[in-house]
Design a protein around this ligand. Structure first.
Ligand SMILES: *Cc1c(COP(=O)(O)O)cnc(C)c1O
Length: 401
Protein backbone atom coordinates (compact mmCIF):
# COMPACT_ATOMS: atom_id res chain seq x y z
CA UNK A 1 0.00 0.00 0.00
CA UNK A 2 1.21 3.45 -0.88
CA UNK A 3 -0.04 6.38 1.13
CA UNK A 4 -0.94 8.99 -1.48
CA UNK A 5 -1.04 12.72 -0.81
CA UNK A 6 -4.66 12.08 0.16
CA UNK A 7 -3.40 10.55 3.41
CA UNK A 8 -1.10 13.47 4.25
CA UNK A 9 -2.91 15.97 6.47
CA UNK A 10 -0.30 18.67 5.87
CA UNK A 11 -1.39 18.54 2.20
CA UNK A 12 -5.13 17.71 2.44
CA UNK A 13 -5.63 20.51 5.00
CA UNK A 14 -4.99 23.00 2.17
CA UNK A 15 -7.51 21.36 -0.15
CA UNK A 16 -10.99 22.78 -0.52
CA UNK A 17 -13.96 20.57 0.49
CA UNK A 18 -14.79 19.36 -3.05
CA UNK A 19 -11.21 18.18 -3.53
CA UNK A 20 -11.20 16.42 -0.17
CA UNK A 21 -14.48 14.67 -1.03
CA UNK A 22 -12.88 13.16 -4.15
CA UNK A 23 -9.32 12.48 -2.98
CA UNK A 24 -8.76 12.65 0.77
CA UNK A 25 -7.92 9.32 2.37
CA UNK A 26 -6.85 7.53 -0.82
CA UNK A 27 -4.30 4.72 -0.46
CA UNK A 28 -3.06 2.85 -3.51
CA UNK A 29 -1.84 -0.71 -3.77
CA UNK A 30 1.19 -1.64 -5.90
CA UNK A 31 -1.15 -1.82 -8.91
CA UNK A 32 -1.66 1.94 -8.78
CA UNK A 33 -5.44 1.64 -9.27
CA UNK A 34 -7.30 4.90 -9.95
CA UNK A 35 -10.42 3.99 -8.00
CA UNK A 36 -10.13 3.04 -4.33
CA UNK A 37 -9.65 -0.72 -3.88
CA UNK A 38 -12.14 -2.87 -2.02
CA UNK A 39 -10.30 -5.00 0.55
CA UNK A 40 -13.00 -7.51 1.36
CA UNK A 41 -10.98 -9.39 3.96
CA UNK A 42 -11.48 -10.15 7.63
CA UNK A 43 -7.87 -11.09 8.39
CA UNK A 44 -4.24 -10.49 7.39
CA UNK A 45 -1.14 -12.69 7.04
CA UNK A 46 2.40 -11.94 8.12
CA UNK A 47 5.89 -12.74 6.84
CA UNK A 48 7.16 -13.91 10.21
CA UNK A 49 6.25 -14.25 13.87
CA UNK A 50 8.27 -11.21 14.94
CA UNK A 51 6.26 -8.97 12.59
CA UNK A 52 2.93 -10.11 13.96
CA UNK A 53 4.19 -9.73 17.53
CA UNK A 54 5.35 -6.18 16.79
CA UNK A 55 1.99 -5.29 15.26
CA UNK A 56 0.06 -6.67 18.21
CA UNK A 57 2.37 -4.77 20.57
CA UNK A 58 1.60 -1.57 18.65
CA UNK A 59 5.29 -1.21 17.75
CA UNK A 60 4.91 -1.74 14.00
CA UNK A 61 2.36 -0.29 11.58
CA UNK A 62 0.07 -2.74 9.83
CA UNK A 63 -3.27 -4.41 10.06
CA UNK A 64 -4.15 -7.42 12.19
CA UNK A 65 -7.91 -8.03 12.02
CA UNK A 66 -10.76 -6.15 10.34
CA UNK A 67 -12.58 -5.43 13.62
CA UNK A 68 -9.50 -3.35 14.42
CA UNK A 69 -8.37 -2.05 11.01
CA UNK A 70 -9.19 -2.46 7.32
CA UNK A 71 -7.67 -0.47 4.42
CA UNK A 72 -10.97 0.36 2.67
CA UNK A 73 -12.61 1.34 5.95
CA UNK A 74 -9.56 3.46 6.85
CA UNK A 75 -9.85 5.33 3.54
CA UNK A 76 -13.46 6.22 4.32
CA UNK A 77 -12.61 7.30 7.87
CA UNK A 78 -9.82 9.56 6.68
CA UNK A 79 -12.04 11.10 3.98
CA UNK A 80 -14.91 11.85 6.37
CA UNK A 81 -12.50 13.30 8.96
CA UNK A 82 -10.97 15.55 6.28
CA UNK A 83 -14.43 16.74 5.16
CA UNK A 84 -15.52 17.40 8.73
CA UNK A 85 -12.31 19.20 9.68
CA UNK A 86 -11.97 16.66 12.51
CA UNK A 87 -8.76 15.11 13.82
CA UNK A 88 -10.19 11.61 13.59
CA UNK A 89 -13.21 9.54 12.55
CA UNK A 90 -14.39 5.96 13.01
CA UNK A 91 -17.23 4.38 11.04
CA UNK A 92 -19.93 2.01 12.24
CA UNK A 93 -22.43 -0.36 10.72
CA UNK A 94 -25.43 2.06 10.85
CA UNK A 95 -26.27 5.56 11.98
CA UNK A 96 -27.82 4.13 15.14
CA UNK A 97 -24.65 2.13 15.86
CA UNK A 98 -22.76 5.44 15.52
CA UNK A 99 -25.11 7.25 17.96
CA UNK A 100 -25.06 4.36 20.45
CA UNK A 101 -21.26 4.12 20.29
CA UNK A 102 -20.78 7.90 20.57
CA UNK A 103 -22.91 7.97 23.74
CA UNK A 104 -22.12 4.70 25.52
CA UNK A 105 -18.34 4.95 25.01
CA UNK A 106 -18.20 8.00 27.26
CA UNK A 107 -21.11 7.61 29.71
CA UNK A 108 -21.29 5.74 33.01
CA UNK A 109 -23.84 5.11 35.71
CA UNK A 110 -24.65 8.36 37.53
CA UNK A 111 -23.95 10.63 34.55
CA UNK A 112 -26.60 12.97 33.14
CA UNK A 113 -27.44 13.73 29.49
CA UNK A 114 -29.46 16.65 28.13
CA UNK A 115 -31.02 15.96 24.72
CA UNK A 116 -33.19 17.77 22.19
CA UNK A 117 -36.73 16.42 22.29
CA UNK A 118 -37.27 16.68 18.52
CA UNK A 119 -35.12 13.84 17.21
CA UNK A 120 -35.03 10.77 15.03
CA UNK A 121 -37.26 8.14 16.70
CA UNK A 122 -34.44 5.72 17.59
CA UNK A 123 -32.29 8.55 18.96
CA UNK A 124 -35.16 9.40 21.31
CA UNK A 125 -35.40 5.70 22.23
CA UNK A 126 -31.74 5.69 23.28
CA UNK A 127 -32.33 8.74 25.49
CA UNK A 128 -35.71 7.67 26.89
CA UNK A 129 -35.18 3.91 27.26
CA UNK A 130 -31.62 2.62 26.87
CA UNK A 131 -29.54 5.13 28.86
CA UNK A 132 -31.85 5.10 31.95
CA UNK A 133 -31.59 1.28 32.09
CA UNK A 134 -27.89 1.72 32.84
CA UNK A 135 -28.39 4.38 35.51
CA UNK A 136 -27.70 7.33 33.18
CA UNK A 137 -30.13 10.18 33.84
CA UNK A 138 -31.62 12.03 30.88
CA UNK A 139 -33.56 15.27 30.39
CA UNK A 140 -35.23 16.19 27.10
CA UNK A 141 -35.78 19.85 26.28
CA UNK A 142 -36.91 22.12 23.47
CA UNK A 143 -33.51 22.37 21.78
CA UNK A 144 -34.47 25.63 20.02
CA UNK A 145 -34.51 27.38 23.39
CA UNK A 146 -30.97 28.32 24.50
CA UNK A 147 -32.16 29.08 28.05
CA UNK A 148 -33.66 25.57 28.32
CA UNK A 149 -30.19 24.04 27.80
CA UNK A 150 -28.75 26.16 30.58
CA UNK A 151 -31.63 25.40 32.95
CA UNK A 152 -31.26 21.63 32.40
CA UNK A 153 -27.57 21.47 33.36
CA UNK A 154 -26.76 19.59 36.57
CA UNK A 155 -23.42 19.01 38.30
CA UNK A 156 -23.27 15.50 36.74
CA UNK A 157 -24.18 16.57 33.17
CA UNK A 158 -21.68 14.93 30.83
CA UNK A 159 -23.22 15.23 27.35
CA UNK A 160 -25.51 17.45 25.24
CA UNK A 161 -27.04 15.38 22.41
CA UNK A 162 -29.05 16.93 19.56
CA UNK A 163 -29.65 17.09 15.83
CA UNK A 164 -30.06 20.16 13.62
CA UNK A 165 -32.13 20.37 11.47
CA UNK A 166 -34.17 17.92 13.54
CA UNK A 167 -36.02 14.99 12.01
CA UNK A 168 -38.85 15.61 11.03
CA UNK A 169 -39.81 18.93 12.64
CA UNK A 170 -36.98 20.91 10.98
CA UNK A 171 -36.19 22.63 14.30
CA UNK A 172 -32.80 24.37 14.24
CA UNK A 173 -30.42 24.41 17.22
CA UNK A 174 -28.15 27.42 17.74
CA UNK A 175 -24.84 25.57 17.40
CA UNK A 176 -22.62 28.44 18.52
CA UNK A 177 -24.60 29.29 21.67
CA UNK A 178 -25.26 25.70 22.79
CA UNK A 179 -21.68 24.53 22.14
CA UNK A 180 -20.27 27.58 23.98
CA UNK A 181 -22.50 26.85 26.98
CA UNK A 182 -21.34 23.21 26.98
CA UNK A 183 -17.66 24.22 26.74
CA UNK A 184 -18.01 26.64 29.66
CA UNK A 185 -19.37 23.82 31.84
CA UNK A 186 -17.04 21.03 30.73
CA UNK A 187 -19.86 19.19 28.92
CA UNK A 188 -19.25 17.34 25.62
CA UNK A 189 -21.60 18.10 22.70
CA UNK A 190 -22.61 15.21 20.43
CA UNK A 191 -24.27 16.55 17.27
CA UNK A 192 -26.19 14.27 14.88
CA UNK A 193 -25.46 15.99 11.54
CA UNK A 194 -27.16 13.45 9.24
CA UNK A 195 -29.52 15.92 7.55
CA UNK A 196 -26.85 18.43 6.55
CA UNK A 197 -23.60 16.43 6.08
CA UNK A 198 -20.27 18.30 6.37
CA UNK A 199 -20.90 19.86 2.93
CA UNK A 200 -23.77 21.96 4.24
CA UNK A 201 -22.94 22.40 7.93
CA UNK A 202 -19.78 21.84 9.96
CA UNK A 203 -20.76 21.81 13.64
CA UNK A 204 -17.10 21.77 14.75
CA UNK A 205 -16.67 25.24 13.22
CA UNK A 206 -19.19 26.37 15.87
CA UNK A 207 -17.50 24.55 18.75
CA UNK A 208 -19.04 21.05 18.66
CA UNK A 209 -16.89 18.28 20.17
CA UNK A 210 -18.30 15.16 18.52
CA UNK A 211 -20.21 14.95 15.23
CA UNK A 212 -22.06 11.71 14.45
CA UNK A 213 -23.67 10.55 11.22
CA UNK A 214 -26.09 8.25 9.64
CA UNK A 215 -24.00 7.95 6.45
CA UNK A 216 -26.92 5.91 5.08
CA UNK A 217 -28.55 9.19 4.15
CA UNK A 218 -27.18 12.05 2.05
CA UNK A 219 -23.54 11.01 2.49
CA UNK A 220 -24.01 7.73 0.62
CA UNK A 221 -26.81 9.36 -1.32
CA UNK A 222 -28.20 6.59 -3.46
CA UNK A 223 -30.06 4.42 -0.96
CA UNK A 224 -27.77 1.39 -1.26
CA UNK A 225 -26.17 0.65 2.12
CA UNK A 226 -26.46 1.50 5.81
CA UNK A 227 -23.50 3.17 7.51
CA UNK A 228 -22.59 5.46 10.41
CA UNK A 229 -19.65 7.64 11.46
CA UNK A 230 -18.35 9.45 14.54
CA UNK A 231 -15.88 12.35 14.25
CA UNK A 232 -13.96 14.01 17.08
CA UNK A 233 -10.58 14.94 18.46
CA UNK A 234 -7.80 12.35 18.19
CA UNK A 235 -7.92 12.06 21.96
CA UNK A 236 -11.67 11.35 22.05
CA UNK A 237 -11.59 8.88 19.15
CA UNK A 238 -8.43 7.02 20.21
CA UNK A 239 -8.77 7.02 23.99
CA UNK A 240 -12.53 7.05 24.56
CA UNK A 241 -14.31 5.68 21.49
CA UNK A 242 -11.84 3.15 20.10
CA UNK A 243 -11.54 0.91 23.19
CA UNK A 244 -15.36 0.65 23.16
CA UNK A 245 -15.66 0.09 19.40
CA UNK A 246 -12.84 -2.45 19.13
CA UNK A 247 -14.28 -4.60 21.90
CA UNK A 248 -17.98 -4.29 21.14
CA UNK A 249 -17.60 -4.53 17.33
CA UNK A 250 -20.14 -2.28 15.57
CA UNK A 251 -17.73 -2.18 12.59
CA UNK A 252 -18.73 -1.25 9.07
CA UNK A 253 -18.19 -3.89 6.38
CA UNK A 254 -15.43 -2.98 3.88
CA UNK A 255 -17.96 -3.38 1.05
CA UNK A 256 -20.35 -0.85 2.59
CA UNK A 257 -17.42 1.45 3.38
CA UNK A 258 -16.39 1.34 -0.28
CA UNK A 259 -19.92 2.25 -1.45
CA UNK A 260 -20.01 5.26 0.89
CA UNK A 261 -16.48 6.28 -0.14
CA UNK A 262 -17.55 6.44 -3.79
CA UNK A 263 -20.78 8.23 -2.77
CA UNK A 264 -18.75 11.01 -1.12
CA UNK A 265 -17.18 11.90 -4.48
CA UNK A 266 -20.53 13.32 -5.64
CA UNK A 267 -21.72 14.60 -2.24
CA UNK A 268 -21.16 18.27 -2.97
CA UNK A 269 -23.00 18.16 -6.30
CA UNK A 270 -25.89 16.19 -4.83
CA UNK A 271 -26.17 18.32 -1.70
CA UNK A 272 -26.24 21.56 -3.72
CA UNK A 273 -28.70 20.37 -6.38
CA UNK A 274 -31.02 18.58 -3.94
CA UNK A 275 -31.06 21.68 -1.70
CA UNK A 276 -32.02 23.83 -4.71
CA UNK A 277 -34.72 21.36 -5.79
CA UNK A 278 -36.14 21.19 -2.24
CA UNK A 279 -36.40 24.98 -2.05
CA UNK A 280 -38.12 25.15 -5.46
CA UNK A 281 -40.65 22.53 -4.40
CA UNK A 282 -41.33 24.14 -1.01
CA UNK A 283 -41.86 27.55 -2.64
CA UNK A 284 -44.20 26.05 -5.24
CA UNK A 285 -46.55 24.46 -2.69
CA UNK A 286 -46.18 26.81 0.30
CA UNK A 287 -49.43 28.68 -0.35
CA UNK A 288 -51.41 25.43 -0.67
CA UNK A 289 -50.49 23.76 2.63
CA UNK A 290 -51.61 24.90 6.11
CA UNK A 291 -48.07 24.84 7.60
CA UNK A 292 -44.73 24.77 5.73
CA UNK A 293 -41.57 23.82 7.66
CA UNK A 294 -38.54 24.62 5.50
CA UNK A 295 -35.60 26.44 7.16
CA UNK A 296 -34.58 27.90 3.80
CA UNK A 297 -37.82 29.91 3.55
CA UNK A 298 -38.38 33.24 5.36
CA UNK A 299 -41.59 31.75 6.84
CA UNK A 300 -39.50 29.38 9.03
CA UNK A 301 -39.18 30.94 12.51
CA UNK A 302 -35.45 30.10 12.60
CA UNK A 303 -34.65 31.07 9.01
CA UNK A 304 -31.94 33.59 9.99
CA UNK A 305 -30.19 31.10 12.27
CA UNK A 306 -30.24 28.45 9.53
CA UNK A 307 -28.73 30.97 7.08
CA UNK A 308 -25.94 31.72 9.57
CA UNK A 309 -24.87 28.16 10.25
CA UNK A 310 -25.75 26.24 7.05
CA UNK A 311 -24.33 26.67 3.56
CA UNK A 312 -27.62 25.41 2.08
CA UNK A 313 -30.61 23.85 3.82
CA UNK A 314 -30.53 20.34 2.34
CA UNK A 315 -32.93 18.01 0.55
CA UNK A 316 -35.48 17.51 3.34
CA UNK A 317 -38.44 19.55 4.50
CA UNK A 318 -41.80 18.92 6.15
CA UNK A 319 -45.27 20.37 5.93
CA UNK A 320 -48.51 19.86 7.81
CA UNK A 321 -51.91 19.12 6.29
CA UNK A 322 -55.23 18.62 8.09
CA UNK A 323 -54.78 15.37 9.97
CA UNK A 324 -53.68 11.81 9.32
CA UNK A 325 -56.41 10.98 6.82
CA UNK A 326 -55.56 13.86 4.51
CA UNK A 327 -51.82 13.12 4.85
CA UNK A 328 -52.40 9.49 3.84
CA UNK A 329 -54.67 10.58 0.95
CA UNK A 330 -51.90 12.86 -0.33
CA UNK A 331 -49.34 10.04 -0.20
CA UNK A 332 -51.74 7.68 -1.98
CA UNK A 333 -52.19 10.23 -4.77
CA UNK A 334 -48.48 10.46 -5.69
CA UNK A 335 -47.45 9.12 -9.11
CA UNK A 336 -43.72 9.93 -9.27
CA UNK A 337 -42.51 10.58 -5.72
CA UNK A 338 -42.18 7.28 -3.85
CA UNK A 339 -43.87 6.54 -0.56
CA UNK A 340 -40.76 5.68 1.50
CA UNK A 341 -39.38 6.54 4.92
CA UNK A 342 -35.74 6.82 3.80
CA UNK A 343 -34.03 10.18 3.23
CA UNK A 344 -30.92 11.52 1.48
CA UNK A 345 -31.57 9.41 -1.62
CA UNK A 346 -31.28 10.83 -5.14
CA UNK A 347 -34.87 9.65 -5.64
CA UNK A 348 -37.63 11.81 -4.15
CA UNK A 349 -39.31 10.05 -1.23
CA UNK A 350 -42.12 11.05 1.07
CA UNK A 351 -43.55 9.69 4.32
CA UNK A 352 -45.95 10.30 7.19
CA UNK A 353 -43.72 10.33 10.31
CA UNK A 354 -46.54 9.75 12.84
CA UNK A 355 -47.35 6.36 11.28
CA UNK A 356 -43.76 5.38 10.28
CA UNK A 357 -40.50 6.78 11.72
CA UNK A 358 -42.19 8.02 14.91
CA UNK A 359 -44.97 5.39 15.16
CA UNK A 360 -43.51 3.63 18.20
CA UNK A 361 -43.83 6.73 20.39
CA UNK A 362 -46.85 7.56 22.54
CA UNK A 363 -49.16 10.07 20.79
CA UNK A 364 -48.56 12.58 23.62
CA UNK A 365 -44.77 12.30 23.18
CA UNK A 366 -45.16 12.84 19.45
CA UNK A 367 -47.32 15.90 20.03
CA UNK A 368 -44.83 17.28 22.56
CA UNK A 369 -41.96 17.01 20.09
CA UNK A 370 -44.03 18.62 17.35
CA UNK A 371 -44.78 15.60 15.14
CA UNK A 372 -48.31 16.53 14.11
CA UNK A 373 -50.75 13.85 12.88
CA UNK A 374 -50.93 15.77 9.59
CA UNK A 375 -47.17 16.14 9.13
CA UNK A 376 -45.54 14.89 5.93
CA UNK A 377 -41.77 14.77 5.36
CA UNK A 378 -40.24 14.84 1.92
CA UNK A 379 -36.73 14.07 0.70
CA UNK A 380 -36.23 15.86 -2.58
CA UNK A 381 -34.02 14.03 -5.06
CA UNK A 382 -32.27 14.75 -8.33
CA UNK A 383 -35.26 14.49 -10.68
CA UNK A 384 -36.32 17.59 -12.67
CA UNK A 385 -38.02 19.76 -10.03
CA UNK A 386 -40.82 20.67 -12.46
CA UNK A 387 -41.85 16.99 -12.66
CA UNK A 388 -41.87 16.84 -8.85
CA UNK A 389 -43.93 20.03 -8.59
CA UNK A 390 -46.47 18.63 -11.08
CA UNK A 391 -46.70 15.39 -9.10
CA UNK A 392 -47.23 17.15 -5.76
CA UNK A 393 -49.68 19.54 -7.37
CA UNK A 394 -51.96 16.76 -8.58
CA UNK A 395 -51.65 14.83 -5.29
CA UNK A 396 -52.56 17.95 -3.28
CA UNK A 397 -55.62 18.43 -5.48
CA UNK A 398 -56.66 14.80 -5.03
CA UNK A 399 -56.30 15.16 -1.25
CA UNK A 400 -58.59 18.21 -1.34
CA UNK A 401 -55.97 20.95 -0.86
C1 LIG B 1 -31.62 7.87 9.76
C2 LIG B 1 -31.16 8.65 10.91
C3 LIG B 1 -30.50 8.03 11.97
C4 LIG B 1 -30.26 6.53 12.01
O1 LIG B 1 -29.42 6.10 10.98
P1 LIG B 1 -29.43 4.59 10.42
O2 LIG B 1 -28.34 4.61 9.42
O3 LIG B 1 -30.78 4.35 9.83
O4 LIG B 1 -29.19 3.70 11.58
C5 LIG B 1 -30.07 8.83 13.02
N1 LIG B 1 -30.30 10.16 13.03
C6 LIG B 1 -30.93 10.78 12.02
C7 LIG B 1 -31.14 12.26 12.09
C8 LIG B 1 -31.38 10.06 10.93
O5 LIG B 1 -32.01 10.68 9.94
Amino acid sequence: MKKTTGMDRSITANWRPQTRAVRAGTWRSDHGETSEALFLTSGYTYDDAATVAARFAGEAEGMTYSRLQNPTVAMLEERIAALEGAEACRVQTTGMAAMTTALLCQLSQGDHVVAGRAAFGSCRWLVDNLLPRFGIETTVIDARDNAAWEAAVRPNTKVFFFETPANPTMDIVDLEAVCALARSKGIRTVVDNAFATPMLQRPMDFGADVVAYSATKLMEGQGRVLAGAVCGSAEFINDVLLPFQRNTGPNLSPFNAWVVLKGLETLDLRAQRQSENALKLARAIESRVPVMLHPGLPSHPQHDLAQRQMKATGPIFSFIVNGREQAHALLDGLQLIDLSNNIGDSKSLMCHPASTTHANMAPEARAEMGVDEGMLRINVGLEDPDDLIEDLDQALTKAGL
